[in-house]
Design a binder for this molecule. Sequence first.
Ligand code: PLP
Length: 817
Amino acid sequence: MNFSQLAKIMGGEILQMVENRKIESLLIDSRKAVISESALFFALQGPRHDGHQFVETLYRQGIRQFVVQKWEGTLRDFPDANIIIVPNSLRAMQALVAKHRAQFGIPVIAVTGSNGKTVVKEWLHEALSKRWVVCSSPKSYNSQVGVPLSVWALNERHQIGLFEAGISQAGEMQRLQVIIQPTLGIFTNIGSAHAAGFESQEQKVREKLMLFQEVEALVYCKDHQLIDKQVKSFLKDSKLLAWSTEHQAPYRYKIVGKEKGQTIVKVNEQDLLFLPFVDEASLENTFHILTVLQFLEYSMEDIQRIVKQFKAPSMRLELKRGVQENYIIDDTYNNDLLGLEMALDFLVQQNQRPVKRVILSDIAQSGMSEEELYQQVNRLLSDRRITHFVGIGSQISAYQSAFQGIEATFFPDTESFLRSLEHQIPWQEELILVKGARHFGFEQVVRELEAKVHGTRLELSLDAMAENLNFYRSLLKPKTKLMVMVKAFAYGSGNLEVAQLLQYHRVDYLGVAFPDEGVELRKNGIHLPIMVMNCHEDTFEALVRYQLEPEIFGFGQLKAFGEFLRANGKQSSIHLKIDSGMHRLGFMPSEIPALIEQLKNYPELKVKGIFSHLSGADEAQFNDFSHEQARRFQEAVSLLKAELNIDPLCHLCNSAGIVRFPEYHFDMVRLGIGLHGVEVTGKYDQALKVPARLKTFISQIKEIPAGETVGYSRKGKVEATKKIATIAIGYADGFQRAFGNGRVKVKINGQRVPIIGNVCMDMCMVDVTGIAAKEGDEVILFDDQKSLLALSEAAGTIPYEVLTLISNRVKRVYFHE
Ligand SMILES: *Cc1c(COP(=O)(O)O)cnc(C)c1O
């Protein structure tokens, strides 16, 4: 496809074409730009995002082809760019990919439904790739943007396509249908939850069915009555591949029994099949796949061999602390080219360590020759300036010569690699991506590289954090800047990782409480401006050396810092703190004239910001006082500006203020708790998600007879025989004593159970009488707003305190879905 063809395909107008270049890769995220002349950037516009902002930067970086829906620049500034203007960039991308798809006359399978799409797609991928070269969506790329990016990967060597589609609104499926053009469909199920964006369940089903309007056959479960009814009025009977566990159906799966983690199924009243799980969701997913495989004429022996290997897929990329100050990114479920690209992008956005290493297994069939494939891998690595590489597997080892310009070593298999690590891990202070196809067993590699700490963990969803960030951004005017407070270990979530995420998402400022917090960020690759709130004389040198911007709150401190700068021949940006009513740090309004005089004495102090803090922004009962604070603040600001002739950034609002006082956003706002999914005003709590999940495991289970007690001070009374589980978390982890004696419940295997007795330092006990629980099972202390608030209420405190008290010995694990 060439640039000149785009106008016709997209219905746009070419603003400038310098050279009729090829279109090879599609780009939508400016941060993930891999610079190439044949890349085409789509400036997408959404409620919280405008890709047009990045056109200029991308051009400077070397991107040469653009699809825009508005154009305000001067073409003279883009002398080497091809630019097309279209009514809607997203629709233009979809039209381009639909055209691309239409070139391939191969079978294409599409999966949709409320749950299980990704698992069905991943498992089916395993089954299909035993016979064909498969092109499929990576992870859960199933949206209006994800689907076109997935389908664009189709090329002439692929023999079958497999894509998932998800929608959130009426009208969307029609567009995905045009892009995927499926020949075979799978409708997984329909959730009972009312979904915003649809009028009724029926409408939701009908809308999803739009995906299948042209299919030759559709797999679905007849036992879902709503689906069954709608499907029958939508497609001819001859096209329906219905299955059932209960009723007569063309495909019949009768569950004969369940034992030792296996389910025995009688297929079509004849063959017995053994499935490696017992839960309903996995069974339903497998029945869809069994139906497809039978339709594609797989033998029962082959099917048995394939399903035996099914295992819950992990779609997450996990970022963990490794031994020897390494960071590990764990992506050990599958390995294909698109997935590799996503993992590499994640690697690149982590700046914690300058040396980046990739440990990679053989890659699944990609539709290219092996030589081309590994050259392509090398290109992906060098585009992202990855300097160190380990290849594991016979295939990748055979193409060593493809890895040019990178320090690379190769091993024929996982065992020989593990043997090489036996005595010592040869790397230090690196960021290491471990990515392998499942049968390479790279979990062992991760286990070897990972720092070993006790099993209590705080898992943090980087996606949820980014969504929360974008939500608050959507409340700001385009010109308002955003500072995010990452003090106190970023509210317990991990300052380095959170700061990295914020830098990647281009916030304007970070705020910390103490200079050493700022220094640590600087030492770990954070180059954003950083404001520091509590600075005293002994830290001035560090402030200047690491370009940290102190809050100046008092005359003694002002003078000392001014003198320090003068003696060293330096200057510094500062932020003046006005005490408008919080009465913590800051200059009182009455002190402003004196402050102005002092500042005139010290031209070394550059006033970059003036700010104040609201003491009751979250509560309506304090509205009058909040307005009074804003008034005092504005008065101080006017005086300072006029007398000093400066144009500083003025900022007043914290998370609650952002929500409740749009009129006081001024030049910048300071986001804190909101990033962590707690909307203290309650107005938008539905819009946020708590990224943190605190988890531990059961160390021991025992039966305690009636009349005994559990734990210190004999507090946990056992009136009738109880089953008690000891779990590996205590107050030294931040799981407070106030949570004990039934005041909170924790979740084990989906059931909520109370703490019995006092919480100990490193452990506590829960009552698991009557529920399924065994040693080693996971225990969830909190995983959403409700459970987090339950903890803070039990302790008579606020979520801020619960989060920041989670101690450092609790391992933080970051993931990206
Ligand atoms: C911590 C802090 C914030 C953030 O407050 P949240 O209530 O967490 O949003 C903002 N400004 C200052 C000065 C702070 O100390």
